[in-house]
Ligand binder design. Structure first.
Ligand code: ATP
Length: 301
């Protein structure tokens, strides 16, 4: 095998709680993660070996991504290939063609899922024989969400996001995604998060354990009732459009709507495909969202 293609799927958070800031600057989180069927495409091709003593040459080409994703050595897809090719001293080269379809800097783990796909792909192409756990151990060096993206499906993520418990598949729902045309940096959101105020800042921690139980019970409406993301306490006051999109989705018949990750993408879950389609059309007509997608949960394997 000298080439392969991979679908690198995005994630949403069905629940996101922040427990505390750690001395190392990271935050301890508890998140319910769910893969969705919106993906970047990644094509990998083995090329000629470099000269003796040189590492294998990696060439990355990026299509799409609205000019926000550079095809350079900082790209997470590049870093994933480099990590394995250096460790295993691979002399051959690798061409990576990345076709971005996942909105960028959106709270959908676009970069992390690309890294996960490249780790998987390089493992296969060069027959490195690494198991899932071994790939995850390497993935966390690239980003906290990369191990989850390797695992995929429905999972509870703890620690900085790297401690994972696989959950049974969440009950199916139609997923409407809408990204407002604003930039929200993850750093901005966490730096403004106040966890131990007097309650006046609206902090309400979602009950992640109860949501996990709802998923284990296959209880869709209980699961959506328990959706919550503490980071909205920062982003909604700062960027009211996030709350407006959420409100519009709920008025359009969503059974739950919430911001994913540190935003700004909002997703709505629907039990009725007609309502989901109508809400999608409504958002496409309006000015709140620049990018709108209708998709569903994805279960690997
Ligand atoms: P998360 O949900 O993990 O916080 P995100 O969806 O908010 O991630 P990404 O789409 O991963 O954010 O992009 C964050 C930044 O990472 C971008 O500004 C981009 O420049 C950089 N980046 C590096 N590699 C990639 C990649 N392969 N795809 C997208 N962005 C990348």
């Amino acid at each position: 095998m000298d080439q392969l293609t991979w679908k690198a799927r995005a994630k949403i958070n069905l629940g996101l709680d922040v427990l505390r800031k750690r001395p190392d600057g990271y935050h301890d989180l508890r998140m319910v993660m769910q893969t969705i069927d919106l993906y970047d495409e990644i094509l990998l091709r083995v090329t000629e070996p470099g000269r003796a003593g040189e590492g294998g040459h990696i060439r990355l080409c990026v299509e799409g991504g609205a000019g926000l994703v550079a095809a350079d050595t900082d790209n997470l897809a590049y870093r994933a290939a480099e990590l394995l090719m250096k460790e295993f001293d691979i002399r051959q080269g690798l061409d990576i063609r990345l076709i971005k379809k996942i909105p960028v800097a959106a709270g959908l783990a676009g970069g992390s899922t690309d890294a996960a796909a490249v780790l998987n792909g390089v493992n296969r192409l060069f027959a490195l024989g690494l198991g899932e756990r071994e790939l995850m151990e390497r993935g966390v060096r690239i980003g906290a969400d990369v191990p989850y993206c390797i695992m995929g499906g429905t999972a509870l993520a703890e620690g900085i996001g790297e401690r994972l418990t696989r959950l049974p598949s969440a009950p199916q729902a139609y997923v409407l995604l809408a990204k407002p045309p604003i930039q929200v940096s993850t750093k901005f959101v966490y730096s403004r998060l106040r966890l131990d105020g007097d309650g006046s800042n609206g902090i309400k921690h979602p009950d992640i354990d109860a949501q996990v139980k709802a998923i284990r019970d296959g209880a869709l409406y209980r699961m959506t009732e328990l959706m919550g993301n503490v980071l909205e306490t920062v982003t909604i006051p700062a960027f009211p459009v996030i709350g407006e999109i959420r409100g519009q989705m709920m008025r359009g018949g969503a059974i739950g709507a919430m911001m994913s990750g540190s935003g700004p993408t909002v997703f709505g879950l629907f039990d009725d495909p007609e309502k989901a389609r109508a809400a999608c059309a409504e958002l496409l007509k309006g000015k709140l969202a620049g990018e709108v997608y209708l998709t569903n949960f994805y279960e690997p394997g």
